[in-house]
Design a binder for this molecule. Structure first.
Ligand SMILES: *Cc1c(COP(=O)(O)O)cnc(C)c1O
Length: 396
């Protein structure tokens, strides 16, 4: 049987390659950070990681992970409802709830699982999910697993959201779901308006804080802090794989009964292994660090501001941003690919995005700015952007 199937896969893979869509991976031979080392020993500056607070290689987190491993072992070898959880799991759940000012938290192996397991246990065919068109793939998949009626509104378009809410009035319960920060433009969801509409049309509110946590808000505590919405957002999901250390793990945090119900019925929680002790130990330490000081968040924000201002001054067309994501617009798809490849030769790693990841004619370079970046890193990247920009005719 495999022969025919193999031929089919080979043809599909070739078609992906020929369309220029094949995803090639780099091999990094150092820790994640502002500066990374590649297989051939060459070094590069990394501007395409979600390492927003620069914690991927933080000594305090590494020490906490080691300590947890020494004291609580390597793995859990079970799911929680069968074997139980360690004290560390509950401590981390409490720390996350404390950070977001919510009632309680439930941990998952990843935010992909948190989003995959949040809708189906809570909503039925009688209900409605109203989702932003640019929401993350894991939200889209989670919605697919649920029988609720689906509505989709144009990205951050409040008139369109209102239309969906009006159409969904026949359903029993409604939930509006949005990313906190959209990863292509770096724009923040208009949560204040979303919450107002939710109250007007009697809907619950859920936000995925994966790109907003640690970044958005006066001290980085996400969209509720940014817009003064404590107590008005019912569900937050998030990842431990971006600002919060960058290892792995996800969570849903929010109202008590919602979290209680997820513990009873959420399939990725019930039927997938618990997080290892080292992740919990490091996570507890992480939230202690964020409690103690706002320094990393402040540096991250300062870096974005500096980078964006210098890029604008150089003549680049950058989207406005309230996050760690900066979209440098090139509009032309082949140019965005060429630009990313050329600037990589200069030792600067950024990502070129073009259709279908972004709308046609909206090709861009995405730059992700971290607290790990020092001024010299930023200046080096800006100089490379200018050099390549002139070379490829983006700058005069
Ligand atoms: C990265 C991301 C996820 C996935 O997080 P993992 O923990 O890596 O599974 C989910 N939602 C959004 C919005 C993300 O940006």
């Amino acid at each position: 049987m495999y022969g025919k199937f193999q031929k089919y896969l080979q043809d599909e893979l070739k078609a992906i390659e020929e369309a220029g869509l094949y995803k090639h991976e780099r091999n990094i031979c150092s820790a994640q950070g502002a500066e990374i080392t590649l297989e051939d020993g060459s070094k590069a500056l990394n501007f395409c990681a979600n390492n927003y607070l620069g914690l991927s290689n933080n000594p305090r987190l590494i020490a906490a992970a080691k300590k947890a491993m020494d004291e609580r072992g390597y793995g859990m070898s079970s799911v929680r409802f069968i074997c139980g959880a360690q004290d560390l799991h509950r401590q981390l759940e409490k720390a996350i709830a404390n950070y977001f000012h919510t009632d309680d938290t439930i941990l998952y192996a990843a935010c992909f699982d948190a989003n995959g397991g949040v809708f189906e246990p809570l909503l039925t065919a009688e209900d409605a999910i109203i989702s932003d068109a640019l929401n993350h793939a894991s939200i889209i998949d989670g919605v697919r697993l649920c029988k609720a009626v689906r509505y989709r509104y144009a990205n951050a378009d409040m008139a369109d959201l209102e239309r969906c809410l009006q159409e969904a009035q026949a359903q029993r319960f409604r939930i509006i779901v949005t990313d906190g920060v959209f990863s292509m433009d770096g724009n923040v969801a208009p949560m204040d308006r979303i919450c107002e509409l939710a109250e007007k049309y009697d809907a619950l509110v859920m936000v995925d804080e994966s790109h907003s946590a640690g970044v958005v808000g006066p001290t980085g505590r996400g969209v509720a802090e940014q817009f003064g919405l404590y107590g008005r957002i019912d569900i937050h999901t998030g990842t431990l794989g971006k600002s919060f250390g960058g290892a792995v793990g996800g969570f849903t945090t929010g109202r008590q009964e919602i979290i209680d119900m997820l513990r009873q019925r959420s399939r990725p929680y019930l039927f997938s292994n618990s997080l290892p002790p080292m992740i919990c130990g490091a996570g507890i330490e992480l939230f202690k660090m964020l409690e103690e000081s706002d320094e990393l968040h402040a540096k991250q924000q300062e870096n974005v501001k500096y980078f964006r201002e210098k890029m604008l001054a150089a003549g680049f067309d950058c989207k406005p941003t309230q996050s760690a994501i900066l979209a440098v617009m090139l509009y032309d798809a082949p140019l965005s690919q060429k630009f990313a490849a050329r600037i990589a030769q200069e030792g600067i790693f950024v990502t070129g995005f073009y259709y279908p990841v972004v709308p046609k004619g909206q090709a861009r370079i995405r730059v992700q700015i971290s607290a790990a970046h020092e001024k010299e890193h930023l200046d080096k990247a800006i100089a490379a952007f200018i050099k390549v920009g002139k070379e490829l005719g983006v700058l005069k």
